[in-house]
Design a protein around this ligand. Structure first.
Ligand code: DOR
Ligand code: ZN
Length: 479
């Protein structure tokens, strides 16, 4: 046996791992099997069968719970720099770790917004030393300075993020169809994936001029109706067909959009995300203030069930949290002024598990397989992380979660870790909990002792690695 780097050789010559998890239900890409795994120098060094003895410095008997890959949440707003009164990486990454998330991809609508790829190392530098989880970035697109995209180095960002409609926290909007086409063309040349907030601003403006803006300010589903999403999705499909650009439509909210995207995905490089919010709540839950207002708006129960069917059939590519914290005071602002968005990174895994269990309760192993696929494997593949993350397999980063499917809990009081201090799930019981979260071999969350690990999360090279530039790792990518 040759020892992986960092491992110890015991007196009898056997290799000793740093940590072993035993007696679990391992959620592997090939199915759920009883067994465990060993971790050495931050990587998974061995999967263990039922009777294989573990040889490790520390062994944890997980007593029949699931052992699954760490969740990769490809849609969070951790608000640094400039908006850290809403969230920061100390709090946001605690919420992530407590929710079984080991890697996040952060959105660019901070202050200042992240629009210049030459500042990526600075952005990572602001975070390093404060994050429990690994991280990388979506780069925002400045419509007036498309030439900035030429500076994207291979591996430096997960892809581009385009807002097709604006609101409080999203000032950089690409409204004009010609400009959007130019972004698609350039992104295709550079081999960059474009993730989109696909709501059509012109559609909203047209309706507002006709009926008077503010008419529906208490009802986001009417103020920013599904037609805005449908028009935008049609445009994205058209542009993908014309330019061949890889496009990922974020937080899809309506049944029509799911149908269009599922149909288009059969022939085009187009994918889509649904969020824990749109899977959990409907517009009826958004009554009583702005707490559960987000953009795109919550739709009807029929729409929500179409999103769940997309999960069941794996039509959807990724499930993200769209963790968008705002303070209580901000959410209590008068109707129409309160910013859209709510926290969700801590609740994502449990919310998806809860919804699946409620609808298709018969087969827990199937459920966990689907969760591992849509919350870990697929986001890793889509955003260029799959060489290191997203599966339980020897050689990959030891990003591992022990998940207890039987625990029922509600986020309240001091069990809410986000800096904003509230949760849309308060008083709505969730089933299933991350009881142990391990990131590159380090325990970063232990539910039994309510203990977090060290903030040694790293900037992780991501993104599509092709295009006209030489395919090298960015020298500055801290590893
Ligand atoms: O509801 C939302 N909140 N939608 C977005 O697109 C942005 C987000 C935020 O940043 O708060
Ligand atoms: Zn978002």
């Amino acid at each position: 046996v040759s020892a992986p780097p960092g491992s110890e050789i015991g007196p009898d010559g056997a290799v000793t791992a740093d940590l072993a998890l035993t007696n679990g239900r391992l959620v592997t890409p090939d199915g759920v099997v009883t067994g465990g795994l060993e971790i050495t120098a931050g990587r998974i060094s061995r999967l263990l069968g039922v009777d294989a003895p573990a040889r490790a410095v520390r062994t944890v008997d997980v007593r029949g719970r699931y052992v699954m890959p760490g969740v990769i949440d490809s849609h969070v707003h951790f608000r640094v720099p400039g908006l850290s009164h809403k969230e920061d990486w100390t709090h946001g990454s605690r919420a992530a770790a407590a929710g079984g998330v080991t890697t996040v991809i952060d959105m660019p609508n901070t202050q200042p917004a992240f629009l210049d790829p030459r500042t990526v190392a600075d952005r990572a530098g602001l975070i390093e030393g404060t994050s429990l989880v690994d991280f990388c970035f979506h780069l925002g697109v400045d419509g007036g300075r498309l030439e900035l995209l030429d500076h994207v180095e291979s591996g430096a960002v997960a892809g581009l993020k385009v807002f097709m409609a604006g609101h409080h926290t999203a000032p950089h909007v690409i409204r004009e169809p010609e400009l959007l086409a130019a972004v698609f063309a350039r992104a295709a040349e550079l081999g960059l994936r474009v993730s989109l907030h696909a709501e059509d601003q012109a559609t909203f403006d047209l309706l507002d001029e006709w009926r008077g803006a503010g008419r529906h300010r208490l009802n986001a589903d009417l103020a920013r109706p599904r037609s805005g999403g449908i028009v935008a999705v049609a445009r994205v499909i058209e542009l993908t067909r014309r330019h061949g650009t890889a496009a990922h439509v974020l937080h899809v909210s309506s049944a029509e959009e799911v149908d269009l995207l599922t149909a288009a995905a059969r022939e085009l490089p187009i994918t889509f995300e649904v969020t824990g919010h749109h899977l959990t709540f409907t517009r009826a839950d958004a009554r009583g203030g702005a707490w559960r207002n987000l953009s795109p708006a919550l739709r009807t129960a029929r729409d929500r069930e179409r999103l769940w069917r997309a999960v069941r059939r794996a039509e959807v590519t990724t499930i993200g949290s769209d963790h968008s914290p705002h303070t209580r005071a901000e959410k209590l602002a008068p109707p129409g002024l309160a910013p859209p968005g709510m926290p969700g990174v801590q609740e994502l895994l449990a919310a998806v598990h809860t919804g699946l269990a409620r609808r298709w309760g018969r087969d827990p192993d199937w459920r966990m397989g689907r969760i591992a696929q849509l919350l870990a494997a697929r986001p890793a593949e889509l955003f260029g992380l799959a060489e290191r993350k997203g599966r339980l397999a020897p050689g990959l980063d030891a990003d591992v979660v022990v998940f207890d499917p039987d625990v029922t809990w509600s986020p309240t009081g001091d069990s809410i870790w986000s800096r904003c201090g509230w949760s849309p799930h308060e008083a709505r019981p969730l089933t299933g909990m991350a009881v142990l979260t391990v990131r590159r071999g380090e325990v970063i969350w232990d539910a039994a002792g309510r203990r977090f690990g060290r903030p040694t999360g790293r900037w992780t090279p991501a993104g599509v690695r092709r295009g006209p530039r030489p395919s090298t790792e960015p020298a500055s990518a801290a590893r």
